[in-house]
Write a protein that binds this ligand. Structure first.
Ligand code: UTP
Ligand code: MG
Length: 581
């Protein structure tokens, strides 16, 4: 809560006017019963008809004033509340953006979505209206009780004695409803995740014929949801009529005991009406108290969850005195690098020199550590031992933004936004379409299929647009990476879905790019054979290295892969010597 108050403090001036309006509105409310009393006692019973018009005018004035100040209060509290939640949501999102890859390895998207939506809404509910209502109801309670005691303390005490059970029941109802709500909210999250996963993976579900299983899973969860909803209704049904009974009982007591007092001339009829007016001002706060404390408690729990995320210090952050090299060449060195994710080493003693402009290829079985290795260059993860150098400087000393600006990656899992092809390619640069754009789309073979499309580069892809083949997505990812114009280009299995011809065309284009250092991860010999150096990784270690020819001559792992991939071709190693391969 303290942290939320800090945010509220920023807008303290914005709160002055609604708070004043709230006070005025309450004060005006307090005058209403007084006027009723005067109308009954002085005008109807006393025959002083002359003041009736003034009283009615005052009543009208109060009603208008109440509406105006009520509106100002409501609007400005909402306005300030929205500003505060806007800030919290932005700060949370900004912080999430700063968190490193390993944070996202351990959390699912659904959970983060709940933080940025449901939890933020809970905070909004509290600061948008619940806290304001809470303060307002407390003020009503104090003022109305004082006024009741001054009208007739005996009648007041009789009525007030019925209030505690009502308050108790109202609080109990809210506690139960609150518990039921928590259960329902957790269950709804599970239901949503199931629905979302099923919809996202609808193709997989259909392909595996698992519709029946998925339906049953969903039905079961929906049934639980239905029962939890019913449970809420049952609690409501159990407590609400009793609370209603007590509220009415108070009014019955006011009328009957008050009536006796009027008959006995202890109070006037007008005073009884005034008394009744103030009693009404007591009943609502008591009934709302439980609901409001619940919203505030929920806000508190949500704030804890949100600030727990905000308190996570990103493990990978900018060094205190970052280095900004003036001349960028794109040389990468792995100096005895070892790396582990948790306890298990996935890279051991890696030594590698990648000269500016050269091409290095990394091969190896799945899980050998290829992706992990390239992830260390842009500091998506930090190496456990040894150093990774960019142009001779340890990447941990470089300015993080500078480093990442100079590295372009085509990740293993292609991700495209639901947007136009052009916007997807311009993702890193975000500017207008330039000549460079036209160049990279040809190099990455994107132009070849986009020119066939009716809307060309303005075609919307993804969920809202048309679907693309795996290879087409990869080509767009390559174009996106090339357009970034970074000195180092990393292709992580980026041509795996392409046919040989397209892959060859892209390779040829990349070979001409003498100005950028290329690191290519691939499984196919065809994708790596022209590299200046090929390294073969196995269980996190470099087991072989050299050029395509040298590795074939060695007849080691690379040769095995080669034979496996070309087993149908009748070319032997002797062919290599004769220059056939
Ligand atoms: P890599 O992801 O580096 O393997 O994982 P790779 O060579 O690129 O494999 P392919 O070709 O893309 O399939 C190396 C090891 O690190 C572990 C994996 O289980 C694997 O054994 N790993 C990977 C983690 O423990 N955590 C991760 O987040 C990623
Ligand atoms: Mg990989």
């Amino acid at each position: 809560m303290k942290r939320i108050l800090k945010y509220l403090w920023k807008y303290k001036l914005l709160y002055i006017i609604p708070i004043i309006s709230m006070f005025i509105a309450i004060a005006l409310d307090m005058f209403n019963p007084v006027i009723y009393q005067k109308i009954i006692d002085d005008v109807i019973k006393g025959g002083n008809h002359g003041i009736l018009s003034k009283l009615l005018l005052a009543l009208l004035g109060i009603t208008i004033g109440r509406a105006v100040f009520g509106y100002i209060r409501e609007f400005l509290f909402d306005y300030a509340g929205s500003k505060v939640t806007f800030d919290i949501r932005n700060d949370l999102f900004r912080h999430i953006q700063k968190l490193p890859f390993n944070y996202f390895d351990g959390i699912n998207t659904g959970e983060l979505m709940s933080r940025t939506t449901e939890d933020i809404n809970n905070i909004w509910n509290a600061i948008g209206f619940a806290i304001m209502f809470f303060i307002e109801q407390i003020l009503y309670l104090i003022i109305a009780t004082t006024l009741l005691l001054t009208i007739d303390w005996k009648l007041a005490l009789i009525c007030l004695s019925i209030m505690p059970p009502m308050l108790y029941l109202a609080m109990k109802l809210e506690k139960k409803i609150g518990e039921a709500y928590e259960k329902l909210s957790d269950q709804s999250a599970v239901l949503n995740t199931t629905a979302q996963e099923n919809l996202a993976g609808v193709r997989l579900v259909k392909a595996f014929g698992r519709e029946k299983y998925e339906l049953e899973k969903f039905f079961k969860q929906n049934q639980e949801n239905y029962e939890l909803n019913l449970n809420q209704a049952r609690i409501w049904g159990k407590y609400h009529p009793v609370i209603e009974f007590f509220s009415n009982l108070v009014l019955v007591v006011v009328i009957s005991v008050g009536g006796i007092f009027v008959v006995g001339n202890q109070i006037t009829l007008g005073e009884l009406v005034k008394f009744n007016g103030y009693i009404m001002m007591l009943i609502w706060p008591l009934r709302l108290m439980g609901w409001l404390t619940n919203i505030i408690a929920r806000c508190n729990a949500s704030a804890k969850r949100i600030f727990a995320i905000m308190d996570i210090e990103p493990e990978i952050k900018n060094p205190p005195n970052p280095v900004f090299p003036t001349k960028i060449q794109g040389k990468i060195v792995f100096d005895n690098v070892s790396f582990k994710y948790k306890d298990q080493y996935v890279l051991k003693n890696i030594n590698l020199h990648v000269e500016p402009g050269s091409t290095i290829a990394i091969m190896g079985t799945t899980g050998a550590g290829k992706t992990s290795m390239v992830n260390l260059i842009g500091r998506y993860y930090d190496c456990t031992e040894g150093r990774v150098l960019f142009d001779g400087v340890d990447v941990k000393s470089l300015d993080l933004e500078f480093l990442r600006d100079n590295i372009s990656v085509v990740m293993q899992d292609t991700f495209l936004f639901s947007d136009t092809i052009e916007e997807n390619i311009k993702f890193a640069t975000g500017n207008v379409r330039t000549e460079e754009f036209d160049k990279v789309v040809v190099e990455s073979q994107v132009d070849e299929f986009v020119k066939e499309m009716e809307e060309g580069y303005q075609t919307v892809i993804g969920e809202r647009g048309i679907g693309l083949s795996g290879g087409q997505k990869q080509r767009i990812s390559i174009a996106r990476a090339l357009l970034k114009k970074a000195k180092v280009l990393i292709l992580d299995d980026a041509t795996s879905a392409l046919d040989m011809e397209t892959e060859y065309q892209i390779q040829k284009a990349l070979e001409k790019r003498k100005d950028i250092t290329k690191i290519i991860i691939a499984h196919r010999i065809s994708a790596v054979k022209n590299a200046d150096e090929i390294i073969v990784l196995d269980k996190g270690e470099i087991v072989e290295r050299g050029s395509h020819k040298a590795l074939l001559m060695k007849k080691g792992k690379y040769y095995e892969i080669y034979c496996e991939q070309f087993k149908d071709l009748d070319i032997s190693i002797d062919g290599l010597k004769e220059g056939v391969i």
